[in-house]
Design a protein around this ligand. Structure first.
Ligand SMILES: NC(=O)c1ccc[n+]([C@@H]2O[C@H](COP(=O)([O-])OP(=O)(O)OC[C@H]3O[C@@H](n4cnc5c(N)ncnc54)[C@H](O)[C@@H]3O)[C@@H](O)[C@H]2O)c1
Length: 325
């Protein structure tokens, strides 16, 4: 890989990946429409001569195709990453996650770019019957528009790869990601509430939902590790799917315990009730990561360490709450 094209380069994960690629001596074209991305996340990258930022939207195929000209590898991270509000705007996931992925693949085809890594999600397993859930779990029933749109994106990738239009297609199904530049998710919401009123905390559901979390640098490590090893080369299929997660999970209540201990607070806990936080929330997400572990990758941080790092970053960067309301 000499020149990477990163969609969603100004986002939480995309900007972290961009910094890592540049540090590894790889040229990067960052592509973002700044719908949720933050210019401040690219401050360091913009100082680097090997970095070029192009403002543009995945739905604009001609501009996307032009911007991708120099690339030999695409990391496709741009998406509507908000699961909770899917039913407020049902077309959004289809456009931003499925059609956008189609455009990225068409722009690659036009430019002869034949390697891609795609950020999918553990939510694609719906309410899995097999836990920890392996990549080849029985084809799941979808429980959110977000996950449905990601499954559609995954299937497009595999059709392009198996149809000879790509050499390597890597699909990464992430658990929830935590760490520096984190701008959405439960730690973000809980910290905001505790700054506003340290004596009480409102929790969606009964707090017994079990979730797995992965530290953002570990997530980026895993994608680069697989891309470098080119694990799809010589394999039966050009499409390789990897779960990315930690070998542990926590209850939301445990996570609250870590957050409150770190902040020295004892708020009154107010539960909205029910075994899930919102329509499409899966009460137990825990992925089997044996496949990626067998390639030699494992996470460096525990979930608790990831939560604490996230919290410390939010404390030092309260400006993100003004930007992402
Ligand atoms: N954060 C997580 O816990 C998590 C978990 C599973 C999967 N993912 C996936 O990882 C990827 C990155 O997520 P994130 O947490 O960094 O989210 P994010 O919202 O911080 O980043 C997404 C970036 O894409 C950009 N973008 C959105 N639509 C665009 C478009 N049409 N054209 C160009 N740019 C566009 C946004 O401005 C933003 O910079 C997403 O695909 C998401 O679905 C994230």
């Amino acid at each position: 890989m000499k020149h990477a094209f990163v969609t969603g380069a100004a986002g939480f994960i995309g900007s972290t990946l961009t910094d890592r690629l540049l540090a590894d001596g790889i040229a990067v074209t960052g592509w973002d429409n700044f719908s949720t991305g933050q210019e401040r996340f690219l401050e360091a990258a913009l100082q680097q001569p090997r970095f070029r930022l192009v403002r543009g939207d995945n739905l604009d195929l001609p501009a996307l195709t032009t911007a991708m000209k120099e690339a030999d590898f695409v990391f496709h991270l741009a998406a509507n990453a908000d699961i909770k509000d899917g039913w407020a705007h049902p077309r959004k996931d289809l456009e931003q996650n499925t059609l956008a992925t189609f455009n990225v693949l068409e722009a690659m085809r036009a430019n002869g770019v034949r390697r891609i890594a795609f950020s999918s999600t553990g939510s694609t397993y719906g309410e899995a019957t097999l836990i920890p859930t392996p990549e080849d779990a029985p084809f799941p029933v979808q429980t959110s528009l977000y996950a449905a749109s990601k499954v559609a994106g995954e299937t497009l990738l595999s059709a392009y790869a198996e149809g000879g239009q790509l050499d390597e297609a890597y699909i990464f199904r992430f658990v929830s990601i935590l760490g520096e530049r984190y701008t959405h998710g439960h730690v973000f919401d809980f910290y905001r509430q505790l700054v506003e009123h340290p004596d009480r905390l409102r929790i969606l559901g009964d707090g017994q939902q079990r979730k797995s979390y992965l530290y953002v640098q570990d997530c980026v490590d895993a994608m680069l590790h697989v891309a470098r090893r080119a694990t799809a080369k010589g394999a039966k299929h050009r499409t390789q799917v990897y779960n990315l997660g930690t070998p542990e999970y926590v209850e939301v209540n445990q996570s609250i315990g870590h957050i409150c201990a770190a902040l020295g607070l004892k708020p009154r806990l107010e539960y909205t009730g029910g075994d899930r936080g919102w329509i499409g929330d899966n009460p137990f997400i825990f992925l089997d990561t044996k496949k990626i572990n067998a390639t030699g990758w494992k996470p460096k941080l525990t979930i608790e360490q990831g939560i604490i790092r996230t919290l410390r970053w939010l404390e030092a960067n309260r400006w993100v709450y003004e930007r992402r309301k």
